[in-house]
Design a binder for this molecule. Structure first.
Ligand code: HEM
Length: 437
């Protein structure tokens, strides 16, 4: 291997004792953009952490995940053995659940997603609500529906919501907490996580005893029906846990951005509403896909470009390795940022600072290769992206066609996003205009 021209990335030195922590925490996005301008696409944040903000290198990191780079997908940072075990489980589950996740099967859920969205939105009719909380009610129910069909959907969604608050307090933090740390927030999170796993274990046990009926189809049924190498209960629980956790906050964040943008852009609302006429007929056809509503789909893509909820992704370097002209040593952390790449004008054919769904409708790819990555990439690419597109398109179409949105506080731009990019605290009144309210 040629190493003569390899070098370690440079970067801002920061302050004595705390390095760049203060500047980063004050304005995370601004800090990254300023550091990129000064030091280039690859820079060192601290002795053990670097940012990589170029699409080709980002792709290389994501594509080499599980080989050269480890992913911290475990709840809090577990041991290496636990992480490796999780990776194995995630892979088995991904293969096993392929039939449950293909676009045809996912399309069958379209009508119940529409009903679910309307039920949640109507429950808050005219009340001022926290938009993210409201959207989580929808995505929790949708996630449970996706995993278990309609059976027990209400109770399970409530458990997911209850446990999510305690777990998110730890996983959404900028700090990494070890599971054993004896502080109340970690104890609460571990307890909630255990409670969620217990509930899922009981579901799996019950489904094995009673057999899952076909009208209760869902991912669980797919996992239980794997014939070649049947999955053990704890593996199924791990998969359901990952899917339920992945399917709640992230799409809810995108829908919170959708509410914000729609409230500011009546022209977009009119176009989506016109396209969404007859939404019910479309969703009940069993053939619905996000491309059934091309403008709405373009709006969703633009939301995911401008506000990718998973705005940074972390990897750990597994062994000394090189990336382009840079070298990294085992144990270092590398962070990539879909957000920064999505806003870098070098990679976009028209200005990335303009919010423009139209960029997705020209028939040609509006960005350089690997420059649009809201769902990550490589072996850990989002497991639920087809389902996510479906639920986001349906919810946005229903919002624009059937509701009037009034935002009560717009000043919620996140300069210091934690694990999710989110207009935290956004409140609104969502009023139903349609006759079924
Ligand atoms: C706006 C919607 C969503 C976005 C932007 C999103 C984004 C992502 C990203 C970026 C990753 C990769 C993380 C990494 O590489 O470290 C990921 C993983 C994952 N997502 Fe999503 N996601 C969304 C919705 C969903 C939904 C609806 C589901 C389930 C139905 C889901 C399930 C998962 C799971 C289980 C993983 C972990 C995959 C693995 O470790 O192999 N996500 N998601």
């Amino acid at each position: 291997m040629e190493t003569a021209h390899r070098r370690r990335p440079g970067g801002p030195r920061g302050r004595l004792g705390i390095g760049n922590l203060y500047e980063y925490d004050r304005d995370r996005i601004g800090f990254l953009q300023r550091s990129q301008q000064e030091y280039g696409d690859v820079f060192r944040y601290s002795p053990s952490t670097s940012f990589v903000l170029e699409p080709g290198l980002t792709h290389e990191i994501l594509a080499q995940t599980n080989r050269d780079f480890g992913a911290e997908s475990f709840l809090f940072s577990g041991t290496r053995a636990a992480l490796e075990e999780f990776t194995k489980v995630a892979w088995t589950g991904r293969r096993a659940s392929r039939p449950g996740l293909n676009p045809k099967t996912v399309a069958l859920l379209a009508n119940s997603l529409l009903d679910r969205f309307r039920a949640v939105a109507n429950s808050s009719n005219e009340k001022e609500v926290d938009v993210f909380d409201l959207m989580c009610q929808f995505t929790s129910g949708a996630a449970v529906n996706f995993c278990f069909g309609e059976q027990n959907a209400g109770t399970l969604a409530a458990t997911l919501d209850r446990t999510a608050t305690a777990i998110d307090a730890v996983t959404n933090s900028s700090l990494t907490y070890p599971r054993w740390l004896p502080i109340p927030r970690v104890r609460r999170a571990v307890k909630a996580d255990q409670m969620l796993r217990n509930v899922l274990s009981a579901q799996v046990y019950e489904a094995r005893q009673t057999g899952v009926s076909s009208d209760a189809a869902g991912l669980l049924q797919v996992l239980l029906s794997v014939a070649d190498e049947p999955l053990k209960d704890d593996v199924i629980v791990e998969i359901l846990h990952a899917v339920l956790r992945g399917a709640r906050g992230t799409p809810a964040a995108t829908l919170t951005w959708a509410v914000r943008e729609l409230s500011l852009r009546p022209d977009i609302v009119s176009r989506i509403a016109a396209e969404a006429r007859g939404l019910e007929t479309l969703t009940s056809s069993g053939q619905f896909s996000s491309s059934s509503l091309p403008y709405t789909e373009a709006f969703v893509k633009e939301l995911l470009r401008v506000y990718p909820p998973a705005w940074i992704l972390e990897r750990e370097v597994r062994h000394d390795t090189c990336l382009g002209e840079w070298e990294f040593t085992a144990g270092e952390r590398i962070i990539v940022s879909p957000l920064i790449v999505h806003h870098d004008s070098r990679w976009w054919s028209s200005s990335p600072s303009t919010f423009s769904p139209e960029r997705w409708l020209s028939g040609t790819m509006p960005h350089a290769r690997h420059a649009f990555l809201p769902f990550g990439g490589g072996p850990r690419v989002c497991f639920g992206r087809q389902f996510a597109f479906l639920e986001l398109t349906i919810a946005v179409a229903a919002l624009a066609a059937d509701y009037t949105i009034q935002i009560t506080n717009l000043d919620t731009s996140p300069t210091a996003p934690q694990s999710l990019l989110l207009p935290r605290g956004l409140r609104s009144r969502i009023q139903c205009r349609a006759s079924y309210a």
